[in-house]
Design a binder for this molecule. Structure first.
Ligand code: KIV
Length: 279
């Protein structure tokens, strides 16, 4: 890069796990946010299909299309110099056939500029993961609460709470690593299950609602910065109240416009005075 910024790569993320350094990931959906969060030194930007909920206002991630993720990925990569950009593969973009999955993931890399894709599932997506990795596309897995399975799971609820489910999740995590995934998101699972998976894998785990033992953490940025208006998942910590600040700023602007205080009067000769002078 001409400005001396070295972009983060898969190898850096694997090295971080080896050195015991935590990986910091946030969801990002546009170029302005990407520029700001790159300045903050966030390691990984996820163009999550959560955009369906926080940007598009849907109740689930299911209506999100590949074109929507592609559009936001292009915006994010335009604003990013350092962070590793991962594009989420939306519902039905990788579940129908392996050929379609490779084609769709390829678009997120080729047209979107992403460095990797993320997809949900274990055993069911192993062939897809292998083919993507063979094609040179790094894959981040996603286990535990998989929002694209919201109906099958009867809602957004914690997973792997009983030993059998926990054992199955661990097995699927191992399979994903074996298939070539470079990292796995673990969402809404008990802390000790995430700890065990993290200890057994040589690739990083990125937790969300999965306790402190993962190799990294991810939050939906709108939740973390206080922009989300709906109720939040219990594991979210809010690091700012930007939503409230925006409401207050908008009220102040509205009041100034309504009272004629914005724009302020300029102390220059008025156009009519200039016209009068040249009569
Ligand atoms: O889409 C998303 O934001 C995600 C995170 C919750 C990991 O998948």
């Amino acid at each position: 890069m001409s400005d001396g910024v070295r972009p983060i790569r898969v190898r850096d993320l694997l090295e971080k796990k080896r050195r015991g350094e935590r990986i910091v990931m946030l969801t990002v959906y546009d170029a302005t946010m990407a520029r700001l969060l790159d300045r903050a030194g966030i390691d990984v930007f996820l163009v999550g299909d959560s955009l369906g909920m926080v940007i598009e206002g849907h109740a689930t991630t299911l209506p999100v299309t590949l074109d929507a993720v592609l559009h936001h990925t292009q915006a994010v990569t335009r604003g990013t110099k350092r962070a590793f950009v991962v594009a989420d593969m939306p519902f039905l973009s990788y579940q129908v056939t392996v050929v379609e999955a490779v084609h769709n993931a390829g678009r997120l890399i080729q047209e979107g500029g992403a460095a990797a894709v993320k997809l949900e599932g274990g055993r069911a997506v192993l062939e897809v993961v292998e083919r993507l990795v063979d094609a040179g596309i790094p894959v981040m897995g996603h286990l535990g609460l998989m929002p694209q399975h919201v109906h099958e799971l009867s809602g957004f609820r914690m997973q792997a709470k009983d030993p059998r489910d926990a054992g199955r999740l661990l097995e699927e995590a191992r399979m994903l690593e074996q298939a070539g995934a470079f990292a796995i998101v673990l969402e809404s699972i008990p802390d000790d299950v995430a700890e065990r998976v993290t200890a057994e894998l040589s690739i990083p785990t990125i937790g969300i609602g999965a306790g402190p033992h993962c190799d990294g953490q991810v939050l939906v940025s709108y939740d973390a910065f206080g922009l989300t208006v709906e109720s939040l998942p219990p594991f979210v910590k809010q690091y700012a109240q930007l939503g409230e600040q925006m409401v207050e700023a908008a009220k102040e602007y509205a009041a100034e416009v309504r009272e004629g205080r914005f724009p302020a009067l300029k102390r220059t000769l008025s156009v009519s005075a200039v016209i009068d002078r040249h009569k």
